[in-house]
Design a protein around this ligand. Sequence first.
Ligand SMILES: Cc1ncc(COP(=O)(O)O)c(C=O)c1O
Length: 379
Amino acid sequence: MARKKVQVSSRLFLGQASNYRAKDVLKHTFAIGSKKCSNNLKQFLATSYHAKPENVLLMANGRSALAQALQTLLEPGSGVIINGFTCYAVVQAVKFAKMEPIYADIDEKTLNFDEKTLENAYKSHKNAKAIIIQNTLGITVDIKKIEDFAKKHHLIIIEDLAHCAGATYRDGRKVGSCGAAAALSFGKGKSLDAITGGALIMNDKTAKLKGQPATKHPKLSDTLRARFYPLLASIGRGFSKIHLEKYWYGPLIKLRFIERAVDAKLDYGHRLAHWQAKLVKKQLENLDKQGFTPIRTHRFVKDRGACLAELAKNGYNFREVWYDVPVSPVRYYKALNFPEKACPIATEVAQKIINLPTYYPYEKLNRAIKIIEKYEEKA
Ligand SMILES: Cc1ncc(COP(=O)(O)O)c(C=O)c1O
């Protein structure tokens, strides 16, 4: 009897630097840069976001930029309203600044808080002094409504650009140009990706930077980790094809040759490496030319475990989900005491969301989409 031919596509990944093509890996690993590259990036960001170059800081990561913005603009003990569907890095930044994270539930359609869920969060937390807008997966908030809410309650707006650098709000304004400060992340899998790094842009009108610019050279260990991650991850993707990836990543993580993105430390002292500044500026220029595309999109499915398993069987490793708990990842979530009752939509969305990368051609994703559709929640 003829055996049924199973067609397995080439393996596609979400995460593990899978958005780096071979030539990007080489460019990243061997990039060189000088102080001029950092100055050029600062100037570029200043021009793009209508700020003065001296109000732009290049930093070790996005969470340090967020914490620095909070400490510059607010007093310790202030409440900071954040999206109830987020990454632990945001909570870490708020706590580092000695402030209280206040979670606002989300709207299922946008994955962001809206003026109603903000009002609910504010009612029970009158110490709130700021809102961090996240624009989850590049889906933007209704900025005008958020601004009206902020004005009514005298709250400062900070824009977190980790998911949405280069995006525009529906009213045509550039994301990052509306708040008192904008924090950018250049971390793994972000819309601007240099594996690590971040920047803070302070609005000239609202604040002068109190914080000292991060001037120390990046630590050698951090630079090496950032430099070689795309290369190590591309080898790791090879190991995944023969199901041996844990023997590759396990020792590398143990030996700290690879650091999980969420485990990064806050660091005000060390700046972004000049070579990373050069790569980020190039990506920003491309963004300006090509327009913004989020790095991943999302769908809602009924049995995510089964769906991910079927996807994996068919060559699609999409296990890295943003976010599989309201404040991701699970190992930090457990200790957070997240108010699931006050954020029921975020709690539900975290159970059923699945992500699709946008950096593969549609034909390659076609079969993955068909699989997801079988599990998809009908509206
Ligand atoms: C929404 C959001 N904001 C900020 C950050 C912080 O980025 P970084 O890893 O550069 O500190 C992350 C990181 O994962 C994030 O997902």
